[in-house]
Design a protein around this ligand. Structure first.
Ligand code: NAI
Length: 459
């Protein structure tokens, strides 16, 4: 009998296992593919590794702006992919070591929930049956691939985030369907290393939920670098290596590439592990279709002792949300008071420049009916930014409550905003005001000082 069984070894499952093991719970985790889940094996980590190679290549190409001359830099696609594999292997090894260090039993097999009775929750994996007092479901999500006419026939021209990571050769032309986070990160990578990239996006803007002003600035930057954006364009089918879409005037247009990336969102993995044997309640979309396992703020499902965390809950599909949700579930199993809060979930798009934001966007603040103020400054107000970003554009925007000036949202474009953003998460979590932010001593010279400068620009 285990205190906790976890299905799925991604950032929801493995972080929960680590915390549970460290707290003395007898813990078992089932993973059918590779520990680390999508994040480590085919998501966050491999893409950041590729993007870093692109960044280094770009430094070599643009060195002259900094007085550094590199003659004829080239990028070796095969070596870039090999390094990505090395990084993934090392980090998966790290997760394995963390499981061992926290006395977590790892079962490398597919788990099937058989049901719950007076004895506990029963799970089968291979020939063995396991019983646990508590269960945490962290089965994640997979790329949603709409049934575009002609998609199946197109064969391996079509990629999702998974296949595109393992291409042996750099595509000469890439068509990206969906200008969301995955689409833009791959568009950025391939554009930098010399692939001709077209992004076909249904909405009038890329990176839909992002602050409008910032997504528009980023789009202009990449358009200048040669990415072809087809906005308000709906894909209607695939013909071999050609994407057929309807432009804003309703005319049929075509664009071809040697690879087509489908990045139009992700779908929670709700089937194939016996969820139906528990009688779980689901989160439904407006058409009444289940899109996630329904949980409360303690990550409890409707079945006593059964919790869910991460993408399988169907919203905030981000690795860091998953890890925190896993921790909340474990703390509740341990009898500690802890609840999940979604007001300060950071979001980063690892383009170059990076986009980083947390809390309300200007558009969300407007729609919420809240009284708010906005202060913003170009990143060039930071000396360090100017020193390190020759000709670089950027912006820092803070949204605060009108009456108390508490920080409600911070949105930035510019490097390295991903590394600064945690401070903004803390500001929102602690209801810090603009005046309190001004009193904090920031390290100088850092790009983070832009936050203090922006807070001071509020009159
Ligand atoms: P997404 O939801 O970010 O973007 C999908 C885009 O596809 C939307 O802009 C949508 O309007 C567009 N679209 C949908 N149907 C279309 C069609 N038929 N034709 C043209 N465009 C269409 O989804 P994405 O990029 O696949 O990412 C999935 C998840 O992975 C997200 O939840 C994201 O948060 C997560 N992720 C996070 C990353 C990060 O934090 N840096 C990196 C990569 C993924």
């Amino acid at each position: 009998m285990y205190d906790l069984a976890i299905i799925g070894g991604g950032p929801g499952g493995y972080v929960a296992a680590e915390r549970a093991g460290a707290a003395g719970l007898s813990t078992i985790i089932f993973e059918k593919k590779s520990l680390g889940g999508v994040c480590l094996n085919e998501g966050c980590i491999p893409t950041k590794t590729l993007l870093y190679s692109a960044k280094v290549y770009n430094y070599a190409l643009t060195g002259e702006h900094y007085g550094v001359h590199v003659s004829n830099p080239t990028i070796d696609y095969g070596e870039v992919v090999k390094r990505k594999e090395k990084v993934v292997k090392k980090l998966v090894g790290g997760v394995k070591a963390a499981m061992k260090a926290n006395k977590v039993e790892v079962v490398a097999a597919e788990a099937m929930i058989e049901g719950r009775d007076a004895e506990g929750i029963k799970i089968k994996a291979g020939e063995n049956e396991y019983v646990a007092r508590n269960l945490l479901i962290c089965t994640g999500s997979e790329a949603a691939v709409p049934p575009f006419p002609g998609l199946k026939e197109a064969g391996d021209v079509i990629c999702t985030n998974r296949e595109i990571l393992d291409l042996k050769e750099q595509p000469k032309e890439l068509v990206v369907i969906g200008g969301g986070v995955i689409g833009m990160e791959f568009a950025a990578f391939y554009n930098t290393i010399g692939t001709k990239v077209t992004v076909v996006e249904m909405l009038p803007k890329i990176l839909g939920p992002l602050d409008d002003e910032i997504s528009s600035m980023l789009q202009k930057i990449y358009a200048k670098r040669g990415v072809n954006f087809c906005l308000s364009c709906k894909v209607t089918g695939i013909e071999g290596n050609t994407v057929v879409y309807e432009d804003p005037e309703g005319k049929t247009q075509k664009v071809c590439g040697d690879k087509i990336l489908v990045s139009v969102g992700r779908r929670a993995n709700l089937n194939g592990f016996g969820a139906e044997n528990l009688g779980l309640e689901y989160l439904l979309n407006k058409n009444g279709r289940p899109v996630g396992i329904k949980v409360d703020e303690h990550m409890r499902t409707n079945i006593p002792g059964v919790y869910a965390a991460g993408d399988v809950t169907g919203f905030s599909m981000l690795a860091h949300t998953a890890s925190r949700e896993g921790e909340v579930a474990v703390n509740n199993i341990l009898g500690k008071k802890d609840r999940m809060r979604y007001d300060a979930i950071p979001g980063v798009v690892y383009t170059n420049p990076e986009v980083a934001g947390v809390g309300l966007t200007e558009e969300q603040a407007k729609a919420s009916g809240k009284e708010y103020v906005i202060v913003k400054l170009p990143m060039a107000y930071s000396g360090r930014f100017v020193a390190e970003n020759e000709g670089g554009e950027g912006i820092c925007k803070i949204i605060a409550g009108k009456k108390y000036h508490e920080v409600l949202g911070v949105h930035m474009l510019g490097n390295p905003s991903s590394e600064i953003l945690y401070g903004c998460c803390m500001a929102i979590e602690t209801e810090m005001t603009l005046e309190q932010m001004r009193e904090v001593v920031f390290p100088h010279p850092t790009v983070s000082e832009i936050l203090k400068e922006t807070a001071f620009s509020f009159k």
